[in-house]
Design a binder for this molecule. Sequence first.
Ligand code: GLA
Length: 365
Amino acid sequence: MRTLFVLCVAMSAACVATAQVEDFDSIKLHTLKNESGMTVQVTNYGAIITSILVPDREGNMADVALGYSRVEDYINAVDKPYFGAVVGRYGNRIANAEFSLDGKAYSLLQNNGENHLHGGAIGFDKVVWNVVAYEAPSSIKLSYTAKDKEEGYPGNLELTVTYSLKEDNSLVVRYQATTDRPTPVNVTQHTYFNLKGEGEGTILDHELMLNAKRYTPVDEGLIPTGEMPEVQGTPFDFTIAKPIGRDIELDHEQLRYGLGYDHNWVLEKTANKNNMTLAARVHEPTSGRVLEIHTTEPGVQFYCGNFLDGRLIGKSGKPYVHRGGFCLETQHFPDSPNQPNFPSTILRPGEKYDSQTVFRFSVAK
Ligand code: GLA
């Protein structure tokens, strides 16, 4: 049965002005559900995943995605955490908020120090998407057309994201786009997970494996230096699963720059069918919940909620403490438009952007 909830929306003039949202009535919440009860909720504001209910090893359900229950909380959140959203047109950073393409210079908003982050002031996380198709209860397709020059980027970009919930507790996220002028594109999903349940303390005890022998170190502004050293012998080695917190306080320049982990790992491409590669596996020992991620993307940004500090209160009234959630943002590498050695992020007219990531939940005994 079709379940459609209108999110509670503040209609005050002040809120409308802050949000730059003109059509609050079109903001809806949609529910995906499978036979075993896994439930995912998605709103067309920012294409945000607002909740993910999955069982632990005893079958007890918990919501493992950080977020809010009211749209105005997403709109007004301090420090812009991007909970659950699709970020773009360029997820992560572009150095000095500029790049050149085919000999022409483009200037973007400096919204992260002197750099550009997650698509600018009103990125894809802060716009109202259209619902193209809601095939209850298993999938929803949303679309957004970013205009030529929107946030400084060239080209009208027609983008869709499809969320499909499968019977094996996989959430498949597929992004497809075309453009009428060459443009950089790098969209990703910014859900913060806590496999104990949102608001249930830190994620430092979660055991993480990343399928990556190399990562892209950064400067103080979190812009990649262009090098891709091996992780072996460093706190960045997650080739064998270890608790996220094990090495996080070690004295290492890169951990100082990131305030912990906030880096891109270079995935080992072991492409199988559909060009998918294992990116990460996370296991939470007390609940037994496991999250495994496969992707067509070459990298993953592992960010462990270093900017959370307890001020944001989540949907069930609990504060989101420092490192109270982690993101695994499958992506092309940060600052690729300025880094000729990184895989290209330029989409040209006539080409099809098609990127897929699968988040599969299970339990370990
Ligand atoms: C990404 C960035 C982080 C931070 C978060 C949002 O993961 O790499 O530095 O900006 O988004 O808070």
